[in-house]
Write a protein that binds this ligand. Sequence first.
Ligand code: UDX
Length: 435
Amino acid sequence: MKLAIIGTGYVGLPTGVGFAELGNDVVCVDKIANKIERLNSGELTLFEDGLEDLFRKNVQSGKIRFTLDMQSAVRGADVVMLAVGTPPHPITKEADLQYIYAAAKELAQYLDGYTVVATKSTVPVGTGDEIEKIIREVNHDADFDVVSIPEFLREGFAIHDFFNPDRIVIGTNSERAKEVMLKLYAPFVDKFPLLIVKRRSSETIKYASNAFLAMKIHYINEMADFCEKSGADVLEVAKGMGMDTRIGKKFLNPGPGYGGSCFPKDTNAMAQMGRKYGSPLSLIETTIAKNDERKAKMGQRVIETIKSHPEGKIAVLGLAFKGGTDDCRESPAIDIIKEMVKYSHNVCVFDPKAMENARLILGDSVKYATSIEDACGNADVMVILTEWEDFKHIDLIKIKQKMNRAKIVDLRNMLDADTAVKAGFEYRGVGTNRQ
Ligand code: UDX
């Protein structure tokens, strides 16, 4: 099939590469000339585990190409996928739909023959109706349907999740569109659950799922606080809870709060929708407020460790919003570092992948290290903020010799507390009471 994908970000690019690998002819459109040039020459513009090989292979075989020209991509396409950003509006926190509406307006002129316009971007309930209206206004004769195919890819696992989805959701009332989408998803049909629902249900499923997961994280974070006070160990509690299949063991890792380009944005947008429809979503509202508070609280937790020697060096390990990605958008690490630098001029940071992106936000408010050892040299406290596998394997005995004081604040529970204590560290995890 012929696919046009509008937007080459964390959703559009892996999705385009995935569909090209399945044998479709894919053209990705973006507005940034330099990005298109780099992509066409075989250079990836973002880091995603497993993406590079598939990307190169499909660029070389011509199954995927990149263009600035919407017309050439849309003409003759069976499916046009919208994968542009829907960032939060700075004041209302609603999803900002200007880019998706602009893309719909632009692509509308070029629709020829029956085309399915499929929204992959996360959009509020009713956006499909609006896109339909926009296209109709621009091109009265267009033969098209708008469907919702929400994207559930996790960053860092986008390729894995593309080929192994928990479910595929298709939101449409049109039989014709359903047929086209079933053809596109044919390689998945017998292997993975596929759900066909009303377009508005499909739009809601994405928000409801992300908000639920965010709530689950908030729940375990609050439970971690409780465990610290009550003498229980949240890791044991989470394990025991997770054995109940109705609860499930995933998303029960306590930490510094959730972040990323999805959960903060989607919880806010969902809460906003609840207000708009006069149906308040109190659990989601609380989750948002408490997650914000948590980052400040965790910043204070670090500052306390160097209160007695304010010139002390804070070594921060981890900047990305989670392990496996270079993305720092809404990263709790960044917010927590901002708390630290209000108090300390001696914060030195390291991340295996996210240094460049972090530098764009933190500028010269911190120092940048070249390795874990470099960051920890002469440090008074080591702070772990992102769940990178590398951090699990730090040689604590060796690193202690390089540090000024043997203190660890592990906000991701990455290290084994007993090993850290045995190595002579004053160790503080999250909800674990093993100082
Ligand atoms: C999320 C959804 O999982 C995905 O389905 C959707 O398509 C996009 O949004 P992503 O933003 O890539 O994916 O990250 P995810 O792995 O869900 O983690 C989000 C945040 O929650 C991260 O900051 C992570 O560190 C945090 N988290 C996750 C926890 O603090 N504890 C957990 O147990 C799980």
